[in-house]
Design a protein around this ligand. Structure first.
Ligand SMILES: O=C(O)[C@H](O)COP(=O)(O)O
Length: 333
């Protein structure tokens, strides 16, 4: 995978599949496009931590940089942080070839294996905070992957969805907190709502409505399935959440993993890679394959899917990742 160039280069992508091997996207991406990310909303919030005295605040609040008055946020320092995106492993309705959307089904044993395999691929990459959707298949994937991480930190769901469970889940030890990774669940990262297709068999639906019509519902940008969300409608919530909650963490130098779904992630990758509504039609994400981006000075550099825990190409041109891995090696001795 060629290093990212310093100037904006157009990636000529015909078809892209993140399948974790030498995906067609990686083959074609002779140069990688540097994309700028829209600044996040204004306002300053401190990083919330439970104080030694045990007075409660949130384990971690999204960090927002002080606005410079012009409504945009220039990063305080040129930190290099990593973003890992991963679609959940195979679910029980993926196995039955049913449209799932916002129906909350668990992983299959294969999906569990995929999540563990994904964890092995990213076990040397730093992760400070995890975002998942509100659905069990993405949460199971994140937890299983983190079990493989060599840092052995404990992923802890922060339950920020409402005050009571959040306030009752506080941690009253600095050391223990240091050994944990906050997991923030967000409905905005849920799979696109598939409307009247949810629960239907994909093959039977194509026979009933025609392959082209079903492909249009599944892959187009602005055509929704019957009483469901189009990818554009899904992007309205998922990309907005990404900009408002994930990007501030990256700007603060935090390393982030987002475990979500085929279409909520397609909308985010469309944003990161500045794909057109035509290009996104051919964007497919396999289950359980981690995708790595480097975030540097407000821009995202795509680094491909780590195929192994110490794959050279992933760490090439990312000095910090190589140093982190060496530190892990010395710790684990
Ligand atoms: O919701 C579903 O059925 C799957 O997660 C993704 O569906 P798709 O492959 O039709 O986008």
């Amino acid at each position: 995978m060629a290093a990212a160039t310093s100037h904006h280069t157009i990636v000529s992508i015909q078809s892209h599949r993140w399948n974790g091997k030498n995906s067609s996207m990686e083959k074609r991406a002779a140069n990688v496009r540097l994309v700028s990310v829209a600044s996040c909303s204004s306002g300053t919030r401190k990083l919330g931590l439970v104080s030694a005295s045990g007075s409660t605040s949130s384990v971690i609040d999204p960090v927002r940089l002080p606005s410079n008055g012009k409504g945009d946020h220039t990063p305080k320092k040129s930190s290099e942080s990593t973003l890992i995106l991963i679609r959940h492993g195979e679910s029980m309705w993926n196995e039955k070839n049913l449209f799932t959307g916002c129906v909350d089904v668990p992983l299959t044993p294969t999906g569990v294996e995929e999540a563990i395999e994904a964890g092995k691929r990213i076990c040397n990459i730093p992760i400070d905070v995890i975002f998942t959707s509100a659905m069990i298949r993405s949460q199971m994937t994140a937890m299983l992957a983190m079990m493989q991480h060599r840092r052995k930190k404990v992923p802890i769901i922060t339950h920020k969805e409402s005050e009571q469970p959040h306030s009752w889940s506080q941690i009253y030890s600095e050391d223990t907190r240091e050994q944990s990774v906050p997991v923030i669940t967000a409905w905005q990262l849920n799979e696109r709502m598939y409307g009247e297709l949810q629960g239907l068999n994909k093959k039977e639906t194509a026979e009933r409505f025609g392959k082209e019509q079903v492909h249009e519902w599944r892959r187009s940008y602005d055509i929704p399935p019957p009483n469901g969300e189009s990818l554009a409608m899904c992007a309205d919530r998922a990309v907005t959440y990404f900009k408002d909650e994930v990007v501030p963490q990256l700007i603060a130098g935090k390393h982030v993993m987002v475990a979500a779904h085929a279409n909520s992630l397609r909308s985010i990758i469309m944003h990161l890679d500045k794909l057109t509504s035509q290009e996104v039609i051919s964007l497919e994400l396999s289950t359980g394959i981690p995708m790595l981006y480097i975030f540097k000075e407000g821009e995202f550099i795509r680094r491909g899917s780590p195929a192994g825990p110490s794959e050279a190409s992933v760490y090439a041109y990312t000095k910090n990742l190589a140093q982190y891995r060496q530190k892990l090696d010395s710790m684990v001795q």
